[in-house]
Design a protein around this ligand. Sequence first.
Ligand code: 3PG
Ligand code: MG
Length: 397
Amino acid sequence: MAKKTIDQTEVQGKTVLMRVDFNVPLDENLAITDDRRIRMALPSIKSVVDRGGKLILMSHLGRPTGGEGDEKFSLQPAATRLGELLGSTVHFASDTVGDDAKAKAAALGEGEVLVLENLRFNPGEKKGDAEFAGKLAAMADVYCNDAFGTCHRKDASMVAVPEAMSGKPRVVGHLVAKEIAYLSDAISTPARPFVAILGGAKVSDKINVINNLLGICDAILIGGAMAYTFSLAQGGKVGNSLVEKDKVDLAKELLAKSDGKLHLPSDTHCGDDFGNIAGCNKVVVKAGEIPDGMEGLDIGPETAKSYGDIIKGAKTVVWNGPMGVFEKPPMDEGTKAVAQAVADSDATSIIGGGDSAAAVEQLGFAEQVSHVSTGGGASLAMLEGQAFAAVDLLDEA
Ligand code: 3PG
Ligand code: MG
């Protein structure tokens, strides 16, 4: 069922409290290294500003502990960046529900924007505390959730705040609507063949995704270090590869029920020095034949070719997790080949956030896919078929 959107909501002269996910990566000088999450929130922000709404933005950044060093989690850099992107003044409050926030929220003019300090500086945020939520809720007439990356969380700003605003409009933003359209709707009624590509280090991160997608997909292509745990389950030799020994039985179970849908690499690119990948001895071996002293670091060329052929024939592709150590050439070849095949296919292609998003951006394929998610954990949770309380409680269109 479609949710009511911010565009469908009257905002002229009203105060809109919008939860965004400005949890962006910062370097040691507190410079934002990837502002995509801020840029992706602009359509919702502009929708309010352009129609004369008074906009309060709230977000978390990182995982502050309440101790020393928390200053590095300030949202000030994100507020500054937003001002640059909008080309207008963005006010910043040094707290969330304290005097500064209250005064600046009350002083907001139509079309103006206020960013509150990091929600997680208040312990009530992670606890879903109703009192904290009540104070945030009291500042506004309309609630909007455009924080897709945080939609799998039950933090106060995601659930208790909209609960406290019952009776007022509670709607989704453009980004959340778009992410749901790709990650949930497109997957529940996929054009076929529907191919999932799953990589990354651990089987344990992807068990629920594999379980859910086995019931929906036509093929699941496995890569990344996760493949070596599957290889162990088949009695293969994995050398020094990263494996989860305690997940071997689980890998066997997944293989047994996969009905031929799970595809594993037929060859592996390995090396003998993870610390010096560019300069180490590199060999390609058959899957399950990784020599002692070597570790698997990427899918091999034969696998890249056969995965590419399957992907090129797909009509829907979902990709989560790189095929190898894509940050370090030459172990980026498998991930590159898969990205190229996704780009060449005419499938609706959906890339999970986190590492997969970083891989397609870094390798230059971001413009050639249908959708790159802004959610890491959230996109995985959605592929697992999980319901999101933070979205379910919002108004229907
Ligand atoms: C993320 O980057 O995963 C989201 O912003 C949520 O952050 P969290 O994992 O710290 O809850
Ligand atoms: Mg996370």
